[in-house]
Structures are given as C-alpha cells and as structure tokens.
Design a protein around this ligand. Structure first.
Ligand SMILES: Nc1nc2c(ncn2[C@@H]2O[C@H](COP(=O)(O)OP(=O)(O)OP(=O)(O)O)[C@@H](O)[C@H]2O)c(=O)[nH]1
Ligand SMILES: [Mg+2]
Length: 368
C-alpha cells in the first residue's frame, strides 16, 4: 500500500514525538515519497500514545502499534517489520538523533539494489555531536564488538538503517537484545550493504534508557549471532569465520615452513641456529602473506592497499607487532605472573593471532 515505512520505536517520547513525525512527513512530501510512519510504542506511561492518536486524525499515513507485553527496543522494531505495509523499511529513533533528511538517500540506495543501507556515524562524513565521554567509550566498545562479526561495516550497531522487507521477512529475530541492526545483519538474508554517513545528535529532551543490563545483553547478543552463524552458512558472519579459519590454517603452514627452514639451514648449510631462525621467520612470513593474499582475502583487486608490495609491507609491520605481543605476554605472564611458560606461550600465541587477524583484516586487506 505504501512504498516506504519509517518505523520509530518509542518509549516515553512525549517531548519529541510530534516533531519527529512532522519532520519525517515533511521529507515524504518534499521528495514525493508515498510513505507510512509507524510508531511502535511500549505502552509509554506519558502522553506519547495520546499525542500520536491525536495526530492520526489529520495524518492518514500515521499508524501506531502499542505493545503491552515483552517490552524492549528490538522486539518493538521486529514487531514494526510485521505490521508495516510496504516493502521498504527505515528504522530510526524518536529523539531526533537521526536526521530524517537522509531517508530519501537510503530509499534510493535500496532501490538501486542494496539490501541494507546503514546510516553510519563512524565513516568519513559521519559523526557524533554533543556526546559525553562515557557514551563515546561505550559506543566505541559496542562498535568494536560488532565489527568482530562484520568487519567491513563501520557502524554495525547504528540505530538508523533501512532494509528491504525480504531481508527480514523469514527470519526469527531474537526478541532480546538492544541492537536490532546487528540482529538483522546476523540473521537476515542479504547480500550487499551500503553505508551512508550522518551526524548523530544527542537527544536534548527525554531520558536515556541505557543501563548496565543493556551492555550485558548486548554482549550476549554478539555471542548468540556468532553461534547462529556457525550453523547457518549463508549468513554474513559465517564468511568471517571462514576467513579466521583460513588465516589459522595459513598460520599453521607458516610454522611448518619455519621449522623446516630452521632445520635445513642449521643442519645442512651450517648456519648458527639463531641466524637460521631469522631466515626461517622471514620465509614463514612470506609464506603466510602469499597464502593469505591469494586465498584467505582474495578480492579481485578491490583492496584499499591496491599494490601487493604495500600489502606485503603492511603484513610485515603487523606481524612484527604480533611477535612483540606474543613475546610480551610470554614474558609478563611467566616472569611477572609466575605462569608456566608453555601455558603463557599458548596465551601469547592466541592473542598474537587475534591481533594479526584483526589488524591485517582492517589494514592490509581492507576493502575499498
Ligand atoms: N518501543 C520501545 N522503544 C524504546 C525502548 N527503549 C528505547 N526506545 C526508543 O528507541 C529509541 C532509542 O532509544 P534511546 O533511549 O534514544 O537510546 P540511545 O539513543 O541509545 O540513548 P539516549 O539517546 O541517550 O537516550 C528512542 O526512540 C526510544 O524512545 C523500548 O523498550 N521500547
Ligand atoms: Mg537516543
């Protein structure tokens, strides 16, 4: 019936609701969008519902769902997906943090063929205005966790995004969890995404609902999506697991190269073993680089570091960092912490591996 549904979850937004509705409606009119506004309210005890019902009298494209049970932000948005009467959904907050003027761009990107369009605070051109340091730190932490699952997405926990109905239509989104976008990315069926920058403005009126419990639930949600992807191989996060696995296999092959070269140069060429080791380390780094470049991260020339030489240099730098981390942890745990050195070494290797994967993923082999 409509071309676009803007879904706005609300809880106690009496101070903002009127303004956001009229701003979205104005954007519809200015851009000739046949759009619906769907408020999904968790039975707010303030005047939110009353105001919406009053506005409904003059705005036929305004609808409200009032939820009386199982309160929660993600559940509300998921309910909005079910009640929307269009094939394109835009999700945004009620507190004017998300600029409605970006809606037309999101819609046209979906029409251009993208399945998900994300409003990003963390890409060039995006930003956050007037946020206290504490909020910034929490947000950066949450974004970091989300990027473990979706490293190509700068803002995987944004509350401002648009999806095609087909992405979420046959998925069971977990009712719990605060970050609905992460849930959509983790469990929805989509192929390609697009990020567009926007400037997030902190709410001026009304109260924030962010609590410690929210953070714990968020961590649970990330784990849940990671586990989900292990059994759903069409999911985007699964592709990332495959890369981690390949990177690990390549790492093991590097150990073999290292051992063979060390042994050969020492036994048959007669080098002092530490000298042999230098060659062994360099050859294993080269071995790992080429396998990762041709196999783990193969990407038909779409890397930001488009020259293989640049990627090779970057890989060396990251590997050196990984080595320092590995040895540093070995030293600290054993000499300072009194941990048995072989155990310390395993921990050092794992942390070094995590470093190597994540930094190479985001620097050496980052996509354009
Ligand atoms: N339906 C529903 N909406 C909610 C719930 N919690 C928050 N919201 C709405 O979801 C949007 C985002 O919530 P906010 O409280 O702004 O969350 P935030 O942006 O992380 O934090 P602040 O802006 O600092 O408050 C707003 O439109 C809220 O009204 C909820 O439990 N149910
Ligand atoms: Mg907000």
């Amino acid at each position: 019936m409509y071309d676009v549904t803007v879904i706005i979850p609300t809880y106690k937004e009496e101070a903002n609701i009127k303004k956001i509705i009229s701003e979205v409606d104005a954007v519809f009119k200015q851009n000739a969008i046949n759009g619906e506004i769907l408020i999904v309210d968790d039975d707010s005890p303030d005047k939110t519902i009353e105001i919406v019902n009053e506005l409904k009298k003059t705005k036929p494209n305004l609808n409200i769902v009032v939820r009386r049970e199982e309160h929660g932000l993600s559940q509300s948005v998921a309910d909005g997906f079910v009640h929307a009467s269009s094939d394109i959904f835009v999700v945004m907050d009620a507190d004017l943090s998300h600029p409605p003027v970006r809606i037309p761009t999101m819609v046209s990107e979906l029409r251009a063929g993208y399945d998900v369009v994300i409003g990003s605070r963390y890409m060039e051109g995006g930003g956050i205005k007037k946020w206290p340091l504490k909020r910034r730190i929490i947000s950066i932490g949450a974004t970091f966790l989300g990027r473990l699952l979706f490293p190509d997405i700068s803002d995987p926990v944004s509350g401002f995004f648009a999806v095609k109905k087909s992405v979420v239509a046959n998925t069971s989104l977990k009712p719990r969890g605060y970050k609905i976008l992460l849930e959509v990315l983790g469990k929805g069926s989509w192929e390609n995404d697009k990020e567009i920058p926007f400037e997030f403005v902190d709410r001026e009126i009304g109260s924030s609902k962010l609590k410690l419990k929210t953070i714990i639930e968020y961590a649970e949600q990330v784990i849940d999506i990671a586990l989900f992807s292990i059994s759903h191989h069409e999911s985007a996060a699964w592709k990332e697991w495959k890369r981690v696995f390949k990177f690990g296999l390549v790492g093991l092959s590097g150990i073999v190269v290292n051992m063979v070269v060390l042994w050969y140069l020492t036994e048959f060429v007669g080098f002092y073993y530490l000298v042999s080791s230098l060659f062994a380390i360099e050859l294993s780094i080269l071995n790992n680089f080429f396998w990762n470049d041709l196999w783990t991260f193969k990407a038909g020339g779409s890397h930001k570091l488009s020259s293989r030489w640049h990627r090779l240099i970057s890989f060396h730098a990251v590997s050196a960092g990984g080595l320092v981390i590995n040895m540093g942890i070995l030293y600290l745990l054993t000499s300072v912490g009194g941990v048995y050195y072989l155990i310390s070494n395993i921990i050092g290797i794992l942390v070094g591996f995590g470093w190597n994967f994540m930094v190479n993923r985001r620097v050496t082999w980052t996509r354009r």
